[in-house]
Design a binder for this molecule. Structure first.
Ligand code: ATP
Length: 459
């Protein structure tokens, strides 16, 4: 399958079956925004839950947090986002299309390395290669200039300078703001991490690539605090790399051959970071960042201590040594994980399309059908099974059309099991057929054994 076809097929399946809709569609749409439909919200939630279980609840050295979207505006001065969360942009003087200079260049010169280049360098590449506007085809650009990605808003009814606040550009800063409270209110000891999921906002101007890059997105971030004198940061970095890889391949079921690590070089890495690597997934538009891992030293806590005047030192309970912990930060966008999971699970086989999602992630674990929708005897029994299973699983109900069509639609949303109640269920054996999405096998299972049968399969 051609790569563009693959993306088009996923985008159309998402709309058709209720995973993801274009944002604000009835008003003609809003670029880089999407809505997650009835099955999309379940898949997204299951990915968040899998992340939370694996990295927060499942580990003895982690705690969770849910901080605010709107933080004190000094937060973003201290973190460097007001000055530094910028992209380089050019505008076409003819049709006024605005685009990120690096994306413009990458679109035409895929092998050109643009990460970390200055505005002047980007300008000369555009000029040298006479890169035309992708919208109108003219070569008439403004000089490259920086713009900030933070969304501004105001507290109160009068927009004055004093009321300026930002929608958070990442969830991570909230963790540093809560660091002291977490130390004071819990029994955590170094090394330990704090995990958080929630919406972040960035004023992205490059269009396309579906939910890969959006104005608002769900982040899952960890700050892992440690003492650099007693913990070897290189070993810690490697162990995080292993855990992230395991999560993506084992929990999200993604094929390892579609993933790779890419280390940032000195030009690309932030000045305070000692090492940054991205886990990249082979999206239909090439290998792109999925998940960043950065050793940020003690930069953030030191900055917040300076800007707030509050002591953010950690005191070692055994030695009384006072110091600012260092951090390693794994930061991922759940929406990117979701795009990857769907692309990796997409299968075409003869005349059917199915999503081979790990059962744990599937929006519905099981669907229940009466063989015929107009036979009360069958629908009553099927409803009884549906209502019972609904206490334990997410269950879909379908009594329209024929069973073949129902399988077809459940396959497309990745439902791993479909139960059909037929006349034998009532008249003969008290069993139902349980059709497996991947093998298409249909063993007959006793109604009373359904719950344990499904429990064994849905891990
Ligand atoms: P990119 O280079 O793709 O813009 P980034 O390096 O700016 O990403 P980070 O600041 O490291 O991204 O953010 C951490 C993670 O958050 C990314 O790895 C990505 O998964 C996710 N992310 C960042 N920006 C967006 C966005 N606009 N839409 C969806 N996910 C995003």
């Amino acid at each position: 399958m051609k790569n563009n076809d693959q993306m088009d097929k996923i985008v159309s399946l998402c709309k058709r079956r209720g995973f993801v809709y274009p944002g604000s569609e009835i008003y003609g749409g809003l670029a880089n925004s999407y809505e997650y439909g009835p099955v999309g919200v379940e898949l997204k939630k299951n990915i968040i839950d899998a992340w939370w279980q694996y990295f927060v609840r499942g580990r003895p050295d982690m705690v969770g947090l849910d901080s605010s979207i709107i933080l004190h505006p000094k937060t973003w001065e201290a973190s460097g986002h007001v000055a530094g969360l910028t992209d380089a942009m050019v505008e076409c003087k003819n049709c006024h299309t605005r685009t990120r200079a690096d994306h413009l260049i990458e679109g035409v010169l895929p092998d050109m390395k643009v990460e970390g280049k200055s505005e002047a360098d980007l300008d000369s590449i555009i000029q040298e290669h006479k890169i035309k506007c992708p919208t109108c085809g003219k070569f008439d650009w403004t000089p490259v200039r920086k713009f900030n990605l933070l969304f501004e808003t105001h507290i109160g009814i009068v927009p004055e300078a004093q009321s300026l606040v930002y929608l958070r550009g990442e969830t991570a800063q909230g963790i540093f703001l809560a660091f002291k409270n977490i130390l004071d209110s819990t029994r955590v000891r170094l090394p330990f991490g704090v995990g958080q999921t929630g919406k972040s906002f960035r004023n992205e101007i490059t269009k396309g690539n579906f939910i890969f890059r959006t104005l608002e997105f769900e982040q899952a971030e960890i700050e892992y605090f440690f003492d650099p004198e007693t913990t070897n940061w290189e070993e810690l970095f490697e162990s995080w790399k292993k855990d992230m890889w395991k999560f993506v391949t084992e929990q999200l079921g993604v094929k390892p051959e579609h993933l790779r690590w890419r280390a940032h070089d000195d030009a690309e890495r932030s000045f305070y970071s000692k090492r940054t690597e991205d886990m990249e997934y082979n999206f239909p538009f090439g290998f792109k960042e999925l998940w960043g891992l950065a050793y940020r030293t003690d930069y953030d806590l030191t900055q917040h201590m300076k800007f707030s005047g509050v002591d953010l030192n950690y005191t070692d309970p055994y030695t009384n040594k006072k110091f600012i912990p260092h951090v390693i930060e794994p930061a991922v966008g759940i929406n990117r994980l979701m795009a990857m999971v769907m692309l990796d699970a997409y299968r075409e086989e003869d005349d059917r399309v199915y999503l081979a999602l790990p059962p744990k992630l599937a929006p519905y674990k099981v669907a229940v059908f009466p063989l015929l929708g107009n036979k009360p005897l069958l629908t009553e029994k099927a409803k009884e099974i549906y209502n019972e299973l609904k206490k334990y699983f997410t269950v879909a109900w379908d009594d329209r059309g024929n069973v073949g069509k129902r399988y077809y639609s459940q396959d497309e949303i990745g439902t791993p099991f479909c139960i059909t109640v037929d006349f034998d269920t009532i008249e003969k054996d008290g069993c139902v057929t349980v059709r497996d999405r991947d093998t298409k096998e249909q063993p007959r299972i006793k109604i009373e054994e359904l719950k344990s049968y499904l429990n064994q399969k849905i891990i």
